[in-house]
Ligand binder design. Structure first.
Ligand SMILES: Cc1cc2nc3c(=O)[nH]c(=O)nc-3n(C[C@H](O)[C@H](O)[C@H](O)COP(=O)(O)OP(=O)(O)OC[C@H]3O[C@@H](n4cnc5c(N)ncnc54)[C@H](O)[C@@H]3O)c2cc1C
Length: 557
């Protein structure tokens, strides 16, 4: 018999970056949770290394920027992407990027993207989660099965060392258990899309003197184009002595011997040399997105909810976006002020973002592989030179879409969300490269520097924030009173900076705890309770609204 006190509010399955971010953010909101992870937390083969600008904005909120900047990846290591026949062969093109520490943040954000490989980033998230009083992390603990009813979830977990099993009761379970998610399977959630794009083999090898073996200089990524087309990549995984070689492969499964792998690495470098293979990871590149992110008391986030090609570096960043969207909704529900539709809005908001990013990542892969066969591309002949002169610039131009993705990281929006009140304005285009800062309901509340040196983003995070530009004292009272009435944490922040007011476009802008705009208008709503009930998920937002009027309610209020 499990007593009420023994019920964990949130059980998180999986201690990868998404589970750790979820645990950390829940803890940051004062919500008790238990994270179980089947492994001991060691990372043998780091996968992600690009921490996108939006994830860095969350790190800023959580106080983790200093830790990321202090991680051991050398901040002056040039981040060029080079296209070449081999490291000692012909360079076909190059996109130059300075070292991470030498690149200023884009004007649209207080943060820059970072290069912080998973074996450096996960420990930062882990320390963040572990430092929250209400968070418990249990490693070497595997989810075996779970059931749910109207009241709770009962999960059976197993100690990986002793095999001992026990039952854990929770109000909610969140599966951050990766591509082969048992949580997803148990919840009966289908994945849609293409289960195999390529069978790829990743190899981490150590070679401290690799840079001395060729004349191409420091770069982050090398993409190798041979007579058959694009066939492999090497990335500078720690900016020192370790490199990740990736044999891209195809949709046909193939096994490689160690000798095959060594020969392929030597082919990419273009000469014989000594190196040490540290790990080999065959993996399947997929293009899948979950049909739904919730079933009853169970949710999925991260790779459990979307599997995408790493081309673009969107996977973890999308997953951390899921975690941030879900956390405040779980917190609101557990604290009693979240309405009955709030948790359902998680799927409505995040599933389309997952689908969008999965599609963009596959597009990046297709572009990278589209170069096709050029039998003479590496030949030291006039015909070979002519091929290189044709292929190189075209490839360089085409690949830019993958390297410049501010629109992907900052431009996602929750169009049609049931908890955002549409204001009748048209959305800006959703483009990979271009991000248009806008404070339309559903969008990330945009960044601007405040007179006191903070970013607008520093105002958001704990509860709702009502921004009032040039508002007289007491003018915001109707909405503040409505929030008090419903127990919704809402802080009023008066600002007078004209350039911030111009960016936000309305006198009053209501920003959610995740930093997205929920509602805006030049005047207080005639029925403020109606607005508060929509944004806390008690009633659904109107399907459409009238431009200029901005808050015609579903009931016509
Ligand atoms: C080569 C490569 C490069 C990449 N580069 C980037 C990049 O630069 N940027 C980016 O954003 N993304 C990148 N990605 C994608 C990124 O690595 C993933 O999206 C990210 O790791 C997903 O995090 P997650 O926490 O959802 O899942 P995972 O990292 O897969 O973690 C899931 C965790 O759940 C645990 N688990 C599973 N089942 C159970 C169970 N039953 N009980 C207990 N624990 C369980 C696992 O042990 C694991 O620790 C890359 C991927 C690859 C392959």
């Amino acid at each position: 018999m499990i007593s009420h006190e023994q019920i964990t509010p949130v059980l998180i399955v999986g201690g990868g970056p998404v589970g750790l971010a979820l645990a950390g953010d829940l803890g940051w909101r004062g919500i008790a949770c238990l994270l179980i992870e089947q492994s001991d937390g060691s990372i043998y083969q780091p996968r992600m290394d690009l921490v996108g600008v939006r994830t860095m904005e969350f790190c800023r909120r959580w106080g983790l920027v200093g830790a990321v900047e202090a991680s051991p990846y050398p901040r002056d290591y040039a981040q060029d992407n080079i296209y070449l026949t081999s490291l000692t062969g012909y360079e076909l093109g190059r996109e130059r990027f300075p070292g991470i520490g030498q690149a200023p943040p884009p004007p649209e954000s207080p943060q820059r993207r970072e290069r912080c490989p998973q074996n450096m980033f996960d420990p930062i998230l882990q320390a963040f989660a572990a430092s929250q009083k209400s968070v418990r992390l249990r490693y070497r603990t595997r989810l075996v099965s779970f059931t749910q009813d109207a009241e709770r979830v009962i999960a059976t977990v197993e100690n990986a060392e002793t095999g001992a099993r026990e039952d854990i009761a929770a109000r909610y379970i969140v599966g951050c258990d990766g591509a082969r998610s048992l949580t997803r399977e148990t919840l009966g959630i289908r994945m849609l899309g293409n289960p195999v794009l390529t069978y790829t083999t990743n190899v981490i090898f150590r070679c401290p003197h690799l840079l001395a073996l060729h004349d191409k200089g420091k770069a982050y990524r090398h993409i190798f184009i041979g007579p058959e087309g694009t066939w492999a990549t090497i990335v500078a995984i720690n900016g020192r002595d370790q490199w990740r070689f990736s044999l891209i492969g195809s949709a046909e499964q193939r096994d490689y011997t160690t000798d095959d792998i060594k020969a392929a690495i030597r082919r990419a470098v273009g000469r014989d040399f000594e190196f040490e293979i540290l790990s080999v990871l065959p993996w399947v590149r997929r293009e899948l997105v979950a049909e739904n992110l919730r079933n009853g008391r169970g949710f999925i986030a991260g790779d459990a909810a979307h599997m995408m090609s790493p081309t673009g570096g969107f996977g973890m960043n999308t997953g951390i976006g899921d975690a941030v969207d879900l956390c405040w909704k779980l917190a609101a529900t557990l604290q009693g002020w979240g309405g009955e539709h709030l948790l359902d809005s998680y799927t409505r908001e995040r599933q389309p973002v997952g689908a969008r990013n999965v599609a963009e990542a596959s597009g990046n892969l297709r572009r990278m592989l589209s170069v096709g066969a050029h039998p003479d591309i590496a030949d030291d002949t006039p015909a070979g030179a002519a091929t290189r002169a044709k292929v190189g610039p075209a490839f360089t131009e085409m690949m830019r879409r993958e390297w410049f993705t501010l629109g992907i990281h900052l431009g996602y929006r929750y169009e049609g969300s049931p908890i955002c009140w549409p204001d009748g304005t048209a959305p800006p285009p959703d483009e990979a490269r271009k991000y248009v800062p806008v404070a339309r309901p559903g969008h990330r509340a945009p960044h601007a520097w405040l007179a006191d040196g903070r970013s607008t983003l520093d105002l958001f995070g704990r509860g709702f924030v009502l921004l009032g530009f040039d508002a007289a004292a007491g003018e915001a009272e109707p909405l503040l009173a409505a929030a008090r009435n419903r127990g919704v944490p809402l802080e009023f922040v008066a600002r007078n900076e004209p350039q911030v007011a111009a960016l936000y476009e309305r006198k009053f802008v209501l920003v959610r705890p995740d930093g997205h705009v929920a509602w805006r208008n030049d005047r207080m709503p005639a029925e403020p309770l109606c607005v508060i009930d929509v944004v806390r998920g008690a009633t659904e937002a109107p399907v459409a609204s009238v431009a200029g009027v901005g808050w015609v309610s579903a009931a016509g209020a």
